[in-house]
Design a protein around this ligand. Structure first.
Ligand code: ATP
Ligand code: MG
Ligand code: ZN
Length: 155
């Protein structure tokens, strides 16, 4: 394990198996947890370091999740919040695989449409559907576009 003293374990101890989400945009770690569905009461063992010094970026956040390997769609969702994040799968204390995050084409059931009149907000069993576009998240039901504060719309 390389990196500065913060990463080497003064702040977060090594994990045997799980996922390290590294190079998260400084300050966004809690939003990253939110978008991969970790909110409120949790049974998982998670370490979070925010605004730590990093060589590559001035500051960054890191999240370490024990005993869980993230799926591709969970990984890609992270790009909406931290496009430079790297995902390290840890097996037997070593980095088994490292990958970047790719922007997903669609988000299904991840964010709530801000339009109260949208069918996805009606009392129907309809999941929200957004297309990820350059200008923002485009609701496929009502054409609303979320251009900012995406994290406040995460379900
Ligand atoms: N067993 C482990 N437990 C917890 N964190 C780990 C473990 N192994 C590596 N890490 C962390 O995972 C990240 C990636 O580890 P790696 O050894 O690839 O570092 P690196 O060479 O700095 O990688 P990069 O080039 O992506 O910055 C670092 O933040 C490191 O501290
Ligand atoms: Mg590094
Ligand atoms: Zn809508």
């Amino acid at each position: 394990m390389t990196g500065d003293a913060t990463e080497r374990g003064l702040l977060i101890s090594p994990i045997k198996h799980g996922t390290v989400i590294d190079h998260i945009t400084a300050g966004e770690a809690l939003n990253v947890l939110k978008i991969i569905g970790i909110t409120g009461t949790t049974t998982e063992s998670i370490s979070v370091a925010t605004n730590v010094k990093s060589g590559k970026m001035a500051k960054k956040d890191i999240v370490k999740i024990e005993n869980r390997e993230l799926f591709k769609d969970e990984v890609n969702r992270i790009s909406l919040i931290a496009p430079n994040a790297s995902i390290n799968i840890i097996r037997d204390y070593k980095v088994f695989a490292k990958k970047g995050v790719e922007t997903p084409e669609f988000l299904v059931g991840i964010v709530r449409c801000p339009n109260p009149g949208c069918i996805s907000n009606a009392n129907e069993p309809i999941q929200s559907r957004f297309e990820v576009q350059e200008k923002g998240l485009h609701c496929l039901y009502c054409d609303w576009v979320i251009t900012r504060d995406i994290t406040s719309y995460i379900i």
